[in-house]
Every structure is written in structure tokens, then in C-alpha cells.
Design a protein around this ligand. Structure first.
Ligand code: FMN
Length: 159
């Protein structure tokens, strides 16, 4: 059987809830991608072009630091990787996460929450950060999907 990890970044709790429910439905371990410097409300203000998130998302090379690493990434075959959509893509801390490990040969399944946007060019941007891994655009988990839907999502990509 595949060993599954659900790893997620969440700035305001929505993706965290989806990730916890997904991990439970999938019987997977859960890891929070915690920024070394937490995002404040002001940092998340997308109306302010000088806010931390605006500045980071304008800079393709921004790699916000992560507080701690997964203890033994080697043991996982499948990683469900979740995040909020920021400016139509994944927050750059997700690039930091992917670039922190040797992931070739692993399956990475993306999930996200958003205010309505889809994945856009997310997958192209993330593939560059994990050469050799098989990255799949999984599912938007907006609107608190139920256990059966999460189980079906997990089962579809866990093999
Ligand atoms: C800086 C920033 C940029 C965002 N950009 C988008 C966007 O482009 N499209 C969208 O639908 N929602 C956008 N959102 C909304 C979030 O994707 C949405 O609220 C998400 O569910 C938050 O998840 P979280 O609570 O796990 O952080 C943005 C939010 C922030 C803070």
C-alpha cells in the first residue's frame, strides 16, 4: 500500500480544515507547512501592493522560509499538497517546500481552496520546483466537501 502524506499551507484556516478532513478520509499523515515568519492580517492584504504577500507574489524567485521540515520524506510515495490560491497560483512558500526535498519518483497531487479561482498556471510553476516528480492537478476543495467526496478524491490518486 502507498504511504501517503497530506502537507498543507494555510494562512487563515480554510485550507487547514480541508487538509485535516482529507488526511482523515485518506488515513494519511498530516504536516503543516508553517512559515518561519507567520503572515499577519496586514501581510495578507492583496489591496495593498506593498503588503508582504503582494511583494512575494510579484517576485517569481521569492522563497519564504519554512519553520520545520518533514522528518522523513523518503517514506512517502504520494503527497497531497494543499494551499490557498494567491494571485491565481500557489503561494511561493509552496515552491520553498518542494525545493527542500528530493522528490523525484514521487507522486504529488495538488489541492487548493480559493475565493473562486481555479489552478490556472499553478501546476507549471510548481513542476519547476520538483524535477522528476509526477505532479497532478487534483481538486479545488472549496465549500467544505464531505467525507465521501474526500475519500473518493484520496482513493483516485493514492495508488
Ligand atoms: C494574498 C491573497 C491572494 C489571493 N488571491 C486569490 C485569487 O487570485 N483568487 C481567488 O479565488 N482567491 C484568492 N485569495 C483568497 C484565498 O484563496 C481563499 O480565501 C482561501 O480559501 C484562503 O485559504 P486559507 O484560509 O487556507 O489561507 C487570495 C487570498 C490572499 C490572502
Amino acid at each position: 500500500m502507498s504511504k501517503i502524506l497530506v502537507a498543507y499551507f494555510s494562512a487563515s484556516g480554510v485550507t487547514a480544515k480541508a487538509a485535516k478532513n482529507l488526511a482523515e478520509a485518506a488515513g494519511a499523515e498530516l504536516f503543516e507547512i508553517r512559515p518561519a515568519q507567520p503572515y499577519t492580517q496586514a501581510d495578507l492584504d492583496w489591496h495593498d501592493e506593498n503588503s508582504r504577500s503582494s511583494v512575494e507574489m510579484r517576485d517569481a524567485s521569492a522563497r519564504p522560509e519554512i519553520a520545520e521540515k518533514v522528518a522523513d520524506m523518503g517514506k512517502y510515495d504520494v503527497i497531497f499538497l494543499g494551499f490557498p490560491i494567491w494571485w491565481y497560483v500557489a503561494p511561493h512558500i509552496i515552491n520553498t517546500f518542494l525545493e527542500s526535498y528530493e522528490l523525484s519518483g514521487k507522486k504529488i497531487v495538488l489541492f487548493a481552496t480559493s475565493g473562486g479561482s481555479g489552478f490556472g498556471k499553478t501546476i507549471e510553476e510548481l513542476k519547476q520546483s520538483c524535477p522528476g516528480a509526477a505532479v497532478t492537478e487534483g481538486k479545488l476543495l472549496n465549500g467544505s466537501p464531505g467525507r465521501e467526496e474526500l475519500k473518493a478524491f484520496a482513493a483516485k490518486y493514492s495508488k
